[in-house]
Every structure is written in structure tokens, then in C-alpha cells.
Design a protein around this ligand. Structure first.
Ligand code: BDR
Ligand code: CA
Length: 323
């Protein structure tokens, strides 16, 4: 076994931005690239946000790779801006734009994120960790193209879905799955082992406004910007879900679990996604594989709150001190 390499697949909104900061401050694996996808924002905005945030955090060397701009079944690019992440996916905070270009597909209709992931899977095999924190479109396309290469990836930990909790966009569906149910269904039913970090655990891990004062005290441009951006996200959460103490740390938890699986306890099962009717987008046990002793999805149901909180807070302070 060699050194671990990490790829994050982001629809860069606010919690994705925190996940990216945590990953950069994590010694367990080297972040070798960020692939992008539509979701919280359209693809172009996700790309621009990834480039700007990497610059802000002092990591312009990390490649940003363009991925899917629409769901598998969609005929037009996705254009929605999701309220919870503000007008630009960054709580309306304007970061200096990066002059860097993303890695784009050589041909029209290609997907550079899929190329990048498959190359890395072949090169690093079990040392590669892949963490999608948006719709699962890029992963589903990679499976379609070369399932054997995807099977070589050491660990896939996705943020999405809910098993014991209601959805957050409809009573049945969590946002990342709702944005491309066909892709998520293809991933869960592919037989490739994945860990699902869904609302069952991500709604348990919350960040309150008080932590932002510690960030502001660092006095760096990155800390100031993150405090404003995340402040917007916390306000939104507290207004919408007053039973929470702050915002949910969805995507940062997925990164933390990918780097240290012992942070959660999981339930092994075989999942599918409802594709029809009022529960479209719901992650649910696959009745056809209920009796199959070979389970391919580990669903995180319990999280070591204290340990995660410590790791998250330390790593954010480290990432935001950088400049
Ligand atoms: C997920 O949806 C997105 O809005 C967040 O970035 C997170 O990945 C939570 O349901
Ligand atoms: Ca996300």
C-alpha cells in the first residue's frame, strides 16, 4: 500500500467549500484533484467557485476538472441556483476570480472529470479515495465507461441520501440524489462498494455561529471570507430548521469519514433509488437484493460527534490560517 490520494467531486456550494478546506488540511491523503458537477449551482459556477476557493486557500496547484453539466436523463444543462447557498453558491460573497483555467474535455460532449477519475483509478488503484459531494452523475458515467477501473478505487464515500430520516428537498429525497436519481440508482445497483454518508448522520453534525468568531480572530483573508460565507449558510439553516443549533456539516463529514472510516458505524445493505412517483429520489433498500448475502452499501447511521467536531474544527483553523 502506498500513500493515499484523494479526489473530491464537488457541486461547490458552502458545505462543499468547507469540505475542500478540511481536505487540504488533512495529512491522511494528498488531494490530487477536484472534479466538478452541477448541483447547488450550474457547472460553470461550480468550476469558478472551486478555482476561486483553491486560490483563497493558497492551493492553486490543485487541478480543477470539468464534469457533468446536467443529470443523466436531462437534455439541457442545469441552470438552478439553490437558495440555501446564496446567489453564487458562496452566500453571495464575491471572491476574487481565479485566472486559472479548468481542465476541459478534449471533444465536445466529453467529460474531463470522468477521464481524470478513470486515469487515477488505474494509476493509484486501492490507494485512491473518491468523495462525491454532489449529484452522482460523474461516477455513474465513469461506471458506464469503465466499470472495471472504478472497481479498482480503494474507497468511495459519498454524501447523499437518507435511510432513517426524511429528505431535505422532498419528504423522500435528499438534494444530491434528487438532482440525479438515475445516476444514484446506477451507482447503488452497480455492485461497486460505497459508503453512504447521508442525512442520518450529517444532520447530527452542526456548526454554530460562535465558531465563526474563532475563524475571524485568525485575521486572514481566507478566514474572513469563510466566516461571511458560512455565516450566510448558518442563518439559512437556523431559519428553516430551528431545531438545529447551526448548519449541517454534510460534505465535511463525508470527507472526514473517507479519511477515517472509524468515525461512523454503518449498516450494510443493498440500496436502490426510487425513480417514479412521489418518492422519486428516495434511497431505499432494494427488495430484489434483500436476501443477497453480499451487501454493497455501508450506510452510516451513527457518528462519533465529539471526535468529528474536534477534527473538523482543528482542520478548518489550519486551512484558514494558511494565508
Ligand atoms: C447536500 O446537498 C447540497 O446542497 C450540499 O452541498 C450537500 O452536498 C445536502 O443535502
Ligand atoms: Ca455538495
Amino acid at each position: 500500500m502506498g500513500a493515499k490520494r484523494l479526489i473530491l467531486d464537488l457541486d461547490l456550494g458552502i458545505d462543499d467549500a468547507m469540505a475542500l478546506a478540511c481536505a487540504l488540511a488533512s495529512p491522511e491523503a494528498e488531494l490530487i484533484g477536484v472534479t466538478t458537477v452541477f448541483g447547488n449551482v450550474p457547472r460553470a459556477q461550480s468550476v469558478a467557485n472551486c478555482l476561486a476557493v483553491l486560490e483563497l486557500l493558497g492551493h492553486p496547484e490543485v487541478p480543477v476538472v470539468e464534469g457533468a453539466d446536467r443529470a443523466l436523463a436531462a437534455t439541457e444543462p442545469y441552470t438552478t441556483m439553490v437558495d440555501v447557498h446564496g446567489t453564487n453558491g458562496m452566500g453571495g460573497v464575491e471572491l476574487p476570480a481565479s485566472r486559472r483555467e479548468p481542465v476541459r474535455a478534449a471533444e465536445t460532449g466529453g467529460n474531463a472529470a470522468v477521464d481524470f477519475l478513470l486515469e487515477a483509478a488505474k494509476r493509484y488503484g486501492e490507494d485512491l479515495i473518491f468523495v462525491p459531494t454532489g449529484p452522482l452523475t460523474n461516477l455513474a458515467l465513469a461506471l458506464e465507461r469503465d466499470a472495471d477501473a472504478v472497481r479498482r478505487i480503494g474507497r468511495i464515500v459519498l454524501m447523499g441520501g437518507a435511510l432513517t430520516q426524511p429528505g431535505n428537498v422532498t419528504p423522500g429525497a435528499e438534494a444530491n440524489i434528487a438532482n440525479d436519481p438515475e445516476a444514484a440508482d446506477a451507482v447503488f445497483r452497480s455492485g461497486v462498494p460505497v459508503t453512504m454518508v447521508g442525512l442520518d448522520v450529517t444532520h447530527q453534525v452542526q456548526l454554530a455561529q460562535t465558531e465563526l468568531d474563532r475563524w475571524r480572530a485568525l485575521g486572514t483573508p481566507a478566514a474572513d471570507a469563510y466566516a461571511q460565507i458560512v455565516g450566510y449558510y448558518i442563518d439559512f439553516y437556523v431559519r428553516r430548521s430551528p431545531y438545529l443549533r447551526g448548519c449541517a456539516l454534510h460534505d465535511p463529514l463525508a470527507v472526514a469519514v473517507a479519511l477515517d472510516p472509524s468515525l461512523v458505524e454503518t449498516f450494510a445493505t443493498n440500496l436502490k433509488v426510487d425513480l417514479e412517483g412521489p418518492f422519486r429520489g428516495r434511497t431505499i433498500g432494494d427488495p430484489e437484493r434483500l436476501a443477497d448475502p453480499h451487501k454493497t452499501t455501508e450506510v452510516a447511521l451513527k457518528v462519533d460527534l465529539e471526535r468529528f467536531e474536534t477534527i473538523f474544527k482543528e482542520r478548518m483553523l489550519q486551512a484558514l490560517s494558511a494565508k
